[in-house]
Design a protein around this ligand. Structure first.
Ligand code: NAD
Length: 538
């Protein structure tokens, strides 16, 4: 289906434009591209070219959606949602478990397209189908338990019977980024359809094909075709059109865009979840298993070349072990392989585009110019591909430098020494973000206690980020400027529902009855209240 990239491709010539260059060759099978892109709601006749960051070679022409197309996508989704909301939860769960099997079956194809679109190493691409299989299995088994009607305590014991229902919101708009294009296109959407909603999704312009494989697998699993609509185009154009029609918006991306989305949703009084940026800290305590911490720190920092929302950019290491840790960490990073390719066996791939390369270069050059020391990496590698950058460790970073507090979203980590654990926690909590933290210590009791003091939505102990990420029963998201709302677990499902209370009142009315006048009724009620408190009833 795919051809192997030519590592000797002339990356410095810049990307070919297939529309204007008749000799341009595509890296992907165009039959497959046509089959996938027919799912985009697009009548505009416009298309935008995409390129692989592996080589700069052309990938596909992606049909673009007009405002009218977005309208059409929502109309179809709304119609589909009506019928879908009436299906049994058992039926939805069965389809989700089928999706699980299909994702496992098509792993290789999914990983290939992810790599063509993002340039990440295959082991990092593997995390995506894995995450979606886990999510499909979780909601395929747990939706009924989470969403099923449950009882609440009634006002009058025995006589007021209360049930709580979770009613689907209708049509959920999903706006997804490019960094984990399969995972982040599907994980939130699976929960939305499990809860009885339809979805209109706008993937990032660079990674539409990967998202469309997800759409195709949903169809193959048996979900109604119109339940999942894909629109394509610039976020600043399509985003507001989606916000003006959706019943709920699920956004993953930068904090800056998240704030624009939140304002749009506030104007319509619709809910939104915002999964945003981070400047994630890792704490290596003096009793840490150093080898384990080194392995975790490499993964925490360089998965997908650091273009991972929960990846680590700040490392605080206990003074007592700093030198030993640093020596081993630097050696491990210098030993990493960096190259383009679809095959296994590589440690890190490329940055995903020119703006990422520019941002990473700017942070490192700024730090170097202001006195930071480069312990490993610190330079672009145009000999490998247009956007390759070496895994980089910095020491001596201070608040004057951009990479001290700003999210780099690249393969760059700053090392800091600490002597006092309270000080390490205070430094980990600096800044406005609060997405993910990790702590390495042999004393897990102490680490758990420290975790409670770290202002992050997830904290991993003796793991980089995967322990919380892969525990689908656990909610995941950011505090402070890292977001609002949670994906995964019960919260990840219930955000797509309205909670409804239904109370059935028997015999006794909430007003004078049995011949009582207002005063006597009030007296009986007061006596009852005192009694209920005395017997400890809530
Ligand atoms: P981005 O905000 O530029 O784009 C994300 C999506 O929003 C894209 O689909 C884009 O087209 C769309 N968009 C852009 N402008 C829009 C607008 N005005 N209205 C509506 N939609 C708009 O983010 P990015 O640079 O593509 O992604 C990287 C950022 O995402 C990083 O900050 C990273 O930390 C964050 N991220 C967070 C998580 C998480 O779960 N917390 C996961 C992945 C990425």
């Amino acid at each position: 289906m795919t051809s192997t990239p030519d590592p000797a491709a002339p990356s410095d010539l810049g990307p070919a434009d297939p529309e204007h260059d008749p000799s341009a060759s595509y890296a992907l099978d165009q039959q497959m591209v046509r089959e996938l892109t027919k799912r985009i709601v697009s009548t505009s006749g416009e298309a935008a070219a995409t390129y692989t960051p592996l080589t700069g070679q052309a990938l596909a022409m992606i049909p673009q959606s007009s405002d009218a197309d977005v309208d059409q996508a929502f109309a179809r989704a709304r119609e589909a949602a009506r019928a879908w909301s009436l299906t049994s939860i058992e039926h939805r769960q069965r389809l989700l478990l089928r999706l699980h099997d299909l994702v496992m079956q098509h792993q290789a194809e999914i990983m290939d397209v992810i790599i063509w679109e993002t340039g990440k190493a295959r082991k990092h691409a593997y995390d995506e189908p894995l995450h979606i299989a886990l999510t499909a299995r979780y909601y395929g088994q747990r939706t009924k338990k989470i969403m099923g009607t449950h009882k609440a305590i009634g006002a009058v014991p025995g006589l007021t019977q209360v049930e709580i229902n979770h009613v689907p919101k209708g049509v959920v708009g999903i706006i997804a980024p490019w960094n984990y294009p399969f995972s982040l296109a599907l994980c939130d959407g699976i929960a939305a359809i499990a809860a009885g909603n339809a979805v209109v999704i706008k993937p990032d312009s660079q990674t539409v094909l990967t998202a469309l494989i997800g759409a195709r697998l949903l169809e193959e699993a048996g979900f109604p075709k119109d339940l999942w609509q894909t629109v394509a185009g610039a976020g600043s154009k399509i985003g507001p059109e989606m916000i003006s029609r959706a019943d709920y918006i699920c956004f993953t991306g930068s904090t800056a865009t998240g704030k624009i989305i939140a304002k749009g949703c506030a104007d319509r009084l619709i809910g939104c979840s915002l999964e945003l940026g981070g400047k994630n800290p890792i704490l290596i305590l003096r009793d840490a298993d150093i080898n384990r911490a080194v392995e975790g720190a490499v993964r925490a920092t360089f998965s997908n070349a650091g273009q991972l929302c929960v990846s680590t950019e700040r490392m605080y290491v206990a003074d007592a072990i700093y030198d030993r840790f640093k020596e081993k960490f630097v050696a491990a990073v210098k030993a990493m392989t960096l190259r383009p390719g679809l095959d296994w066996g590589n440690d890190m791939g490329t940055l995903t585009g020119p703006s990422q390369l520019e941002a990473v270069t700017k942070h490192v050059e700024d730090a170097k110019a202001k006195g930071a020391t480069v312990l490993a990496g610190g330079r672009a590698r145009p000999d490998l591909g247009p956007y390759f950058y070496e895994p980089t460790i910095l020491e001596g970073v201070n608040p004057e430098m951009k990479c001290f507090g700003e999210e780099t979203f690249g393969p760059v980590i700053s090392l800091y020494r600490f002597t006092d654990e309270a000080d390490a926690i205070a430094r980990a909590n600096q800044g406005e973000y609060g997405l993910n933290g990790s702590i390495y210590s042999r004393d897990t009791k102490r680490a758990r206690a420290m975790a409670k003091r770290i202002k992050c939505g997830t904290v991993n102990v003796n793991e980089a980020f995967a322990a919380t990420f892969a525990s689908i029963d656990a909610p995941m998201g950011g505090m402070r400027e890292s977001g609002q709302g949670r994906r995964q677990g019960a919260e990840g499902l219930l955000r797509y529902t309205e909670t409804q209370a239904v109370a059935v009142q028997r015999l006794l009315r909430f007003g004078p009855s049995f011949g009582l006048n207002d005063k006597k009724f009030a007296g009986v009620m007061t006596a009852n209240l005192k009694l209920l408190k005395k017997i400890g009833r809530p």
